[in-house]
Design a protein around this ligand. Structure first.
Ligand code: PHB
Length: 409
């Protein structure tokens, strides 16, 4: 809350007392949240999934948010190269005087914003960007989304243990989270007896490439599995369709990936091409727990039966719940970034994805990962079947302190 708002509330309270009345909480205390998301360009199809979650949380939790009122001020991060996101963060802090920053779908946007968040001394809640080292870049960052090391590491282990794969090719979008996905998968797969025989950088996050030449190269190499990370959205559909079009499964290669390649909102549109696909992720809309059942039902009631939340929605839902926690824990002084961060260290929450916690040492999320398979249900629709659950998974990049997560010398 800004000092101005506190002063107004104090003045209003003094007036109420002077008039003989008790101090009233009836006047909502306004809290400004600056939300940085791509509303144009790549990823613009993901931002509404997050906006809807933030709206829904406020609607369903009005009593828990009181006596505060959340005002969301949105800014477009545009192309996923960090340039616009950094300016957004500066403007939100200096002109809009926001109490908290949040959002960031793409890692380069969160990386570029880090020095601004640090200088502004405001809590920054990362609701999607998944490169592991981002939370090391500012002491004010707290992440409610995921890291690619969480999903890709488990997928690497299970490619060897569950699928008994001996050889793999990795295709990844060539930017920080893609490199994390490659390194995490390779580390875990090779520590469990597998061998990554090729790693193919497959374009950047700015535009969906034609995956045909990359996957043709994989087909010629005949690995047991092709592990893919691309950012969710249009690239995911292109991956699944191209894999099917090339007849790679019949040629003996199983497509596996992080859950980014089968986001729930796009699953039905992928059709038969997606059936059988195996991924590891922290969320799918079919998860059978009470929080998720209530969340998906409320979502469909609000946005229609054909609308489905995906993992970005849950990152935003958990992020706004985290902000609400910090707001109450600091008694409205959430603009004290250090106090807000401290209140979230060790915070636990029953999310639609299952139980989550913010690691007090890394400010990163600890959560379940699920080994999922796409199946066709008796309703004729595609669903995610959970084959195995891995509890309380931490970011393995920081746990192992390797690569970009190694301590600075
Ligand atoms: C990221 O840029 O960190 C990112 C974007 C989309 C995803 C996952 C990670 O699906």
């Amino acid at each position: 809350m800004s000092r101005h708002t506190i002063a107004v509330i104090a003045a209003a309270g003094a007036m109420a007392i002077a008039a003989g009345g008790a101090t009233s909480q009836a006047q909502a205390q306004d809290v400004k949240i600056g939300l940085i998301l791509p509303y144009t360009g790549p990823g613009a199809e993901l931002s509404p999934e997050m906006d809807k979650a933030i709206d829904l949380y406020q609607k369903l939790n009005a009593a828990q948010i009181k006596p505060y009122k959340l005002t969301i001020i949105k800014r477009d991060s545009k192309a996923p190269n960090g340039a616009a996101a950094k300016i957004d963060a500066q403007e939100l802090l200096t002109q809009e005087k926001v109490d908290v920053l949040a959002g960031w779908i793409y890692s380069p946007d969160a990386i570029a914003s880090a020095p601004v968040v640090t200088a502004g001394k405001r809590l920054g809640v990362i609701m999607n960007a998944g490169t592991a080292f981002i939370t090391n870049l500012s002491p004010y960052y707290v992440r409610t989304s995921f890291t690619l090391w969480q999903s890709s590491y488990v997928m690497g282990e299970e490619a060897a243990k569950y699928l008994h794969a001996k050889t793999a090719v990795v295709a990844y979008t060539d930017y920080p989270p893609g490199k994390d996905a490659l390194n995490a998968f390779k580390y875990a797969f090779e520590h469990n007896g597998g061998k990554v025989i090729d790693a193919i950088p497959a374009g950047g996050p700015e535009a969906t490439p034609d995956f045909t030449p990359f996957f043709q190269r994989v087909k010629d190499e005949h690995p047991n599995v092709l592990f893919v990370f691309v950012p969710a959205g249009d690239q995911a559909t292109a991956v699944v369709k191209t894999f099917a079009a090339l007849g790679m499964k019949a040629a003996g290669t199983q497509l596996i990936g992080t859950g980014d390649i089968v986001p729930d909102d796009l699953l039905q549109g992928m059709g038969e091409s997606a059936v059988g696909l195996i991924t590891v992720h922290h969320y799918n809309a079919d998860l059978d727990n009470p929080q998720n059942k209530a969340f998906v039902a409320a979502w469909k009631k609000a946005y229609g039966p054909d609308s489905t939340p995906n993992f970005t929605s849950v990152g935003a839902w958990d992020g706004i719940a985290a902000i609400n926690h910090a707001l109450h824990a600091t008694k409205g002084k959430i603009d004290d970034g250090a106090a807000a961060v401290k209140s979230l260290e060790g915070w636990k929450f029953n999310s639609p994805q299952g139980p989550i916690e913010i690691d007090p040492h890394t400010r990163d999320i600890v959560m379940n990962e699920y080994l999922d398979q796409v199946v066709k249900g008796s309703d004729g629709k595609l669903h995610e079947k959970v084959l195995a659950t891995f509890h309380n998974v931490k970011d393995q990049c920081k746990e192992l302190a390797i690569g970009p997560c190694a301590p600075k010398k």
